[in-house]
Design a protein around this ligand. Structure first.
Ligand code: FMN
Length: 415
């Protein structure tokens, strides 16, 4: 009989915070630092989580229900739990990167948002069978955007997420981690002291190197021209920075172009204001994500959860309103739904899971969240997430942030 080591660390984790701690220990400091991110003084990234902690739940003592459902239909897809994978560039977290994330999304039956800055190609990601929504920034000439949309559609993408909120406000009071231009010998020697102590991470990438002869190359394969080479992360960033920002007419163009190419839903990510949500409806979008880009963008933008209710009240009956930013537990999901979101997107939570335990770690995070949703539903004596309402929460006065409310609409909104 083989003796199991009883002191071996259980790869399963009980909370996103535990996954984060494992990621911190496992990843080289610059990689971990890039995931923590935040911008300027970190006001928005901090508020994203702090605001969830201001909200309470109002449970019943008796009357809990034996059957509970958290299935929902969002952007035309029925998902078993209202938690979607938000697009992120996960370069260097794990050699399987977005492919591992997509496999986990497929295994748990949810939607996979794939960043145009991702380290894996859209073809590899859709091949996992995950329902994939391709995310694009407004970058490059229109012809280039058409080519990228066409490629995503031909690969089997089932929706487009346009992220248009980025304001290139990147300075951090705690300093930004170094990202090398290329992972070549020179960069490896310079970064060696930061990675040398990270045995498991080095071993994973070493194994990839032994199998494929490839190191993480920090390129953006989904931005490669047809038949050409993928640009480096910095090359792609430069194209983006030098592209004139879009107008609402451009949003309409993008939405119509995607409709002609694919006919699948178009989602605008990064909406913070009621007036913008109304314009997004006019532009014909299928949905919006209320988001401050995980607090990585214009610092001082309120926590996403504070902006959900005013926006959902204004447009939630016309389009699907989801939110992202600061979701770390099932009760956060429940709070977002009670305030009017149809589903939430998660970013860092699954990145911690990926770093901690690859595909199984991402599945673990999705399970932690759906377990938490179920527990909250039970406590609130509800049989379905569809029944969640603001009255199931304790909401402190002045919690909501209603930005850009047209004068005639201002009655009834929070501060
Ligand atoms: C490391 C990192 C990379 C990201 N990259 C992208 C991206 O390429 N495209 C995008 O739309 N959002 C990107 N985001 C934002 C996420 O999609 C999402 O809005 C945010 O992570 C939600 O906040 P949370 O991390 O607290 O869940 C990124 C976020 C992080 C942390």
């Amino acid at each position: 009989m083989k003796l199991e080591n009883p002191w071996k660390q259980n790869p399963w984790f009980e909370s996103v915070a535990v996954a984060q701690e494992r990621a911190r220990k496992r990843l080289p400091q610059p990689v971990y630092g890039a995931l923590v991110a935040g911008s300027e003084r970190g006001q928005s990234v901090t508020d994203n989580q702090a605001a969830f902690a201001e909200l309470g739940l109002a449970p019943h003592v008796v009357g809990q229900l034996p059957e509970r459902s958290q299935a929902t239909t969002v952007f035309g897809h029925t998902i078993g739990s209202p938690v979607i994978i938000s697009p992120t560039g996960v370069q260097a977290v794990h050699p399987d990167g977005e492919v591992a994330v997509a496999r986990a999304a497929a295994a748990r039956g949810t939607i996979m948002g794939l960043s145009n800055f991702a380290s894996k190609s859209v073809e590899e990601v859709t091949a996992t069978g995950a329902t994939t929504f391709f995310q694009m920034y407004w970058t490059g000439e229109r012809d280039t955007m058409i080519q990228r949309m066409t490629r995503a559609h031909e690969a089997g993408a089932k929706g487009l997420i346009a992220t248009l909120d980025w304001s290139f406000s990147m300075g951090r009071d705690w300093g930004s981690p170094e990202i090398p231009e290329k992972v070549d010998l020179k960069a490896m020697i310079r970064l060696a002291p930061k990675v040398a102590t990270k045995g498991r991470w080095m071993w994973q990438f070493g194994q990839q190197f032994r199998q494929t002869g490839k190191l993480p190359d920090l390129t953006a394969p989904n931005l490669a021209p047809p038949g050409g080479e993928a640009p480096t992360f910095f090359g792609a960033y430069y194209e983006w920075m030098t592209t004139p920002p879009p107008s609402w007419d451009d949003v309409v163009w993008m939405r119509e172009t995607w409709a002609q190419i694919s006919g699948t839903p178009f989602v605008l990510k990064g909406v913070c204001r009621v007036d913008d949500a109304l314009r997004a409806v006019d532009a014909g979008v299928a949905g919006i994500s209320v988001s401050n880009h995980g607090g990585n963008n214009l610092d001082g933008t309120p926590a996403a959860i504070r902006m959900v209710r005013p926006i959902a009240e204004a447009v939630g009956d016309q389009i699907d309103v989801v939110m992202d930013g600061g979701v770390r537990r099932g009760s956060d999901v429940v709070k977002a739904l009670a305030l009017g979101a149809k589903a939430v997107l998660i970013g860092r939570a699954y990145l911690w899971g990926l770093a901690a335990n690859g595909q199984a770690g991402v599945e673990n995070v999705l399970d932690v969240l759906s377990g938490g949703v179920d527990s909250a539903l039970r406590g609130l004596a509800l049989s379905s997430t569809a029944d969640l309402r603001p009255e199931h929460l304790l909401i402190p006065d002045g919690f909501d942030r209603a930005l850009g409310v047209p004068a005639a609409r201002s009655v009834g909104f929070g501060s």
